[in-house]
Design a protein. Structure first.
Length: 74
C-alpha cells in the first residue's frame, strides 16, 4: 500500500527535509559564525580562520550535492 502525505511519498519528504532543511540550518550556522567573528573583532585574517575552521565540514555537504548533480546520480 502506497501511503502519502499531501500527495508526497516518504522518500520525497525526506529528500526535501535533507536538502532544504539542512541547507537552511547551514545558512543559519554561517550567520552564527559571522556573528562570532564580528563580536570578537577578529579582523580579516581572524575572520578567515574562524570561517575556515568552523565551516570546513559544511563544504563536504555542499560538495556531495554538486558531485551528485555533475554525475547525474539520484
Amino acid at each position: 500500500m502506497n501511503e502519502s502525505i499531501l500527495g508526497f511519498s516518504e522518500e520525497q519528504i525526506a529528500a526535501f527535509g535533507l536538502s532544504v532543511g539542512l541547507g537552511s540550518f547551514i545558512l543559519y550556522m554561517l550567520f552564527i559564525v559571522g556573528q562570532l567573528a564580528w563580536e570578537s573583532k577578529a579582523g580579516k585574517l581572524g575572520t578567515f580562520v574562524i570561517f575556515l575552521g568552523l565551516t570546513f565540514g559544511m563544504l563536504g555537504f555542499a560538495a556531495k550535492y554538486v558531485i551528485q548533480w555533475a554525475l547525474d546520480i539520484k
